[in-house]
Each structure stands twice: as structure tokens, then as C-alpha cells.
Write a protein that binds this ligand. Structure first.
Ligand code: URA
Length: 265
């Protein structure tokens, strides 16, 4: 081999190759890659195993929806009177101007400890004549609603916020509804219903003690008056005017029915 550039290049290349062969034979450590773990074998579980497991007993119970809790007045003004005794007070009542235009007071009627106590607004012309609640067209619709719930009118209790008819079926004013409220609270205490259904805005405003209360905002869920669950829904007269209210009203009544059935109040 001469020392021409080509010979020198060949000699360097050969030396580099020798070095590489030597190092592979044991000189430099070789990077050993760990063997790939075998692919897990995916086996479909048998059908029985794939069905969702039964909910464990430790599963958290559904969170109860908070209810508006209203209280009955702390003091019963007539602790010595039974329901008929309070009815006697109403028959003689002159607390507001409605006393001067009424034919009859309309106290309320029905069973004690009923599944449901319905509370309407006040007597209309037919109720004023008969001295009984909900006997006119709205009353006939209320009767069908009660039957659709699987109940009877006689098994329920029916009352109103005001016990005397407002002339021209006007909505009772606060100075008419207010003085009548002790009678209604006295009825609720003595009737002890399992559920109260407030029919319409007048009943909702009176029971919630809020002039701004509205059925639209309060319906569709449970409230509580003392220890009695309470549902607000539309008045049957509203359903007669606008059948569009029938569906939400039925939803509200189903809420009551479901609770009555399970005893979960
Ligand atoms: N409307 C009511 O609110 N009450 C009745 O008794 C009759 C009609």
C-alpha cells in the first residue's frame, strides 16, 4: 500500500470497520430491549357477567329535593273547639264586608284524617246558595279529578280560603282573606289531612303568606305545611277556561297519588 490519498482513505475505513467489529464482539455494552409483553387476550365475558351488577346496598340514596316548609300559626285561638265548633264561629262571622252580601257561609266538608284536603279560593254563586264548597261547574270538575286519583269526594276534605262569596266572583282582597285565615288554619289542625292540595293562586298566596306567590312557580313539587305535605296546582276553574292547564294539573295530582301509594310523605 502506498501513501496516496486513496490508499490512506481505504486504510482508515478498514481500521474503522475493525474497531466496530471488536466493540460488537464484547467491548461496548449492548442496549438490550426487554421483550414486549404478550398482548392481553381479550375474551368477551359470558352474557350473564355482562349484565350490569345489582346496585350495591352501599349506594347513596337519592338526594331529597328540599321543600319549602311553612308553619301553621303557633297558637290555636280556639283550643276548646272541635271542627263543628269552628264552623259555628264561621256561621256567625262578621269579620269582613263579605258578611253583608252572603246568603250562606261555606265552611267546608268532608272526612277527618282524609288522604287529601283540597283548598280553593272562595264560594261562587252556587256554593253561596247551597252553603257547600265546590258544587258548581268547577266543583264538578274537581269531583272528576278526585275520582281520577282513585279517591272519592266524601273521603277527602274540601275547604276554601274565604268562607263567604265575594260579589261578582271577584278574587278576595287581602282584607277579606286575611281575617278568614285563622278559620282555615283551625280546620287544617282539626282535619289532619295526609296531603293538602292548594287549588289556584289565592290558596297558594294565603298558605304561603306571600302576595307574590304564583302557581306557575310553586307547582310541580312538594312543599310542607307543618308536618303535612302540600302541593300547589291550578284551580279547576282555570282548567275550564283553558284546558292547557289540565296536563300540568294531572302531573301535580300524580305526585300526590304516588306519595299516598307508597306512604312516603
Ligand atoms: N271555587 C272555589 O274556589 N271554591 C268553591 O267552593 C267553588 C268554586
Amino acid at each position: 500500500m502506498d501513501d496516496s490519498p486513496l490508499s490512506m482513505h481505504i486504510a482508515n475505513t478498514v481500521a474503522a470497520l475493525r474497531h466496530l467489529l471488536r466493540s460488537q464482539a464484547g467491548g461496548l455494552p449492548r442496549v438490550v430491549r426487554p421483550p414486549r409483553p404478550p398482548e392481553p387476550v381479550r375474551v368477551a365475558p359470558p352474557a350473564a357477567v355482562r349484565t350490569p351488577p345489582a346496585p350495591s346496598k352501599a349506594a347513596a340514596p337519592p338526594t331529597p329535593v328540599p321543600r319549602d316548609t311553612l308553619s301553621l300559626p303557633e297558637v290555636d285561638p280556639w283550643p276548646d273547639l272541635d271542627l263543628a265548633g269552628v264552623g259555628g264561629l264561621v256561621a256567625a262571622c262578621t269579620r269582613c264586608d263579605l258578611a253583608s252580601t252572603r246568603t250562606h257561609t261555606v265552611f267546608g266538608e268532608g272526612a277527618l284524617n282524609p288522604p287529601v284536603m283540597f283548598i280553593g279560593e272562595g264560594p261562587g254563586a252556587e256554593e253561596d246558595k247551597a252553603g257547600r264548597p265546590f258544587v258548581g261547574p268547577a266543583g264538578q270538575l274537581l269531583d272528576s279529578m278526585i275520582r281520577a286519583m282513585g279517591l272519592t269526594r266524601e273521603a277527602c276534605y274540601i275547604a276554601n280560603v274565604v268562607k263567604c262569596r265575594p260579589p261578582n266572583n271577584a278574587v278576595p282582597r287581602p282584607d277579606q282573606a286575611g281575617p278568614c285565615m285563622p278559620y282555615l288554619f283551625a280546620q287544617i289542625r282539626r282535619v289532619q289531612p295526609r296531603f293538602i292540595v292548594a287549588l289556584g293562586a289565592t290558596a297558594a298566596k294565603a298558605l304561603f303568606g306571600k302576595p307574590e306567590a304564583s302557581v306557575g312557580r310553586l307547582r310541580g313539587r312538594l312543599h310542607q305545611l307543618g308536618d303535612i305535605p302540600l302541593v300547589v296546582t291550578y284551580h279547576p276553574a282555570a282548567l275550564l277556561r283553558d284546558p292547557g292547564f289540565k296536563r300540568p294539573t294531572w302531573e301535580d295530582l300524580k305526585l300526590v297519588m304516588a306519595r299516598l301509594k307508597t306512604g312516603d310523605e
